[in-house]
Design a protein around this ligand. Sequence first.
Ligand code: HQG
Length: 181
Amino acid sequence: MNEQELKKKSKFLSLILRHQPETVGITLDESGWVDVDILLAAMSQQGKGMSRATLNTVVQSNDKQRFSFNAEGTRIRANQGHSISVDLGYTTAVPPEILFHGTPEKFIEPISREGLKKMNRHHVHLHVDEQTSIAVGRRRGRPVLLQVRAREMHQAGCEFFVTPNQVWLTESVPVEYIDFP
Ligand code: HQG
């Protein structure tokens, strides 16, 4: 399978496992999991089926490790990025001194007034490395790299979570903890 096909399948999985499971007529449990067999059967009913081997390839080759199987390999969920309500059960973690957030230039003005908000997702997404954050910002325009003084926020009582694929999550980032370029 070429990269483009893999990406297309990954996007469809993201749609089902993060946003609209009803697209293929399934529901996720409260932690975002669904049985692999149910998922594959539901996708196949919509004419968008894939084999278990292909699903494994989509999960394993995913550039951002967006999905996980449970230990037995019988269930699957998205690691983060949901817009539907799920409790991912991540434990809180102490963040590094600085975390990055990339955003398009056009959002700098509202962010400088209101800070970073989670918008349609469950959390604000932050990264440890600058390159990833710049790539995130570039999805929607000319990217601007913001530095978040995460440790200071944590010391002030804000909770942080880290996902298995190293995305740092927090409820919101007040503007006083953001360093603009
Ligand atoms: C911006 C993708 C105006 C925020 C990516 C962002 C990431 C504000 C947009 C992950 C704002 C929300 C998350 C405010 C924040 N006023 N705009 N007060 N506060 N924003 O997609 O961080 O491929 O929900 O800067 O690679 O861009 O899905 O968040 O530009 O890792 O796995 O509002 O999603 O990963 O956009 O991206 P998003 P994001 P996946």
